[in-house]
Ligand binder design. Structure first.
Ligand code: FES
Length: 194
């Protein structure tokens, strides 16, 4: 038996052994990965649209629903609140929401489909705190709005950020649509138009 044959045989054995080990190892490594890709019911539910019943939401009040792990605010603005909005522009960094995140149908002064109902993701665009709702005008918020206690960012009652505060953008508006006079679907705007 030449050295070549021995070497070839051993090489073949080593090659087969390595391949089998590799396949077993790859299978073992892939199994938990593949299992981890299977979406659980909870994961699916977290990404699903959420329906909000606004029938009991009083004028001037806010309700909060959870969507994708985030607080979504629905504020029922009074005529006085809406009347104060056009005068806010001079205080705001991005009054036209040019650099902010919202669907096209919410890129207007009211940032809403129906101006009475404001829908926002209630997470500060600076570092993610949840701002306080301040419905009544006060020294710092002349038309009422939202104050982030973490670093002092302020937003008006359309969620538009003030100049000179750390938050860079207006509060985001999620996709949404009305599915009845008293029901809003958050996370789905199929059929909604600009
Ligand atoms: S997180 Fe809101 S101001 Fe910093």
């Amino acid at each position: 038996m030449s050295d070549d044959k021995v070497d070839t045989g051993r090489r073949h054995f080593l090659s087969v052994a390595t391949t089998v080990t590799g396949v077993i190892g790859a299978a073992a490594a892939a199994t938990p990965f593949i299992l981890s890709l299977k979406p659980s019911a909870r994961t699916q539910a977290l990404g699903a649209p959420v329906e909000a019943d606004i029938s009991k939401l009083e004028v001037g009040a806010r309700m909060i629903v959870e969507w994708r792990g985030k607080p979504v605010w629905i504020i029922r603005r009074s005529p006085e609140m809406l009347k104060a909005l056009p005068a806010m522009d001079k205080y705001l960094r991005d009054p036209g929401s040019e650099e902010s995140d919202q669907p096209s149908y919410a890129q207007n002064a009211d940032r809403a489909i129906n101006s009475e109902f404001l829908v926002l993701i209630g997470v500060c665009t600076h570092l993610g705190c949840s701002p306080e709702f301040r419905p009544v005008p006060e020294a710092e918020l002349s038309g009422g709005g939202f104050l982030c206690a973490c670093h002092g960012s302020k937003f008006d009652l359309s969620g538009r950020v003030y100049k000179g505060v750390p938050a860079p953008k207006n509060l985001p508006v999620p996709a949404y649509r009305f599915i009845g006079p008293n029901n809003i679907l958050i996370g789905d705007d199929t059929g909604a138009s600009a």
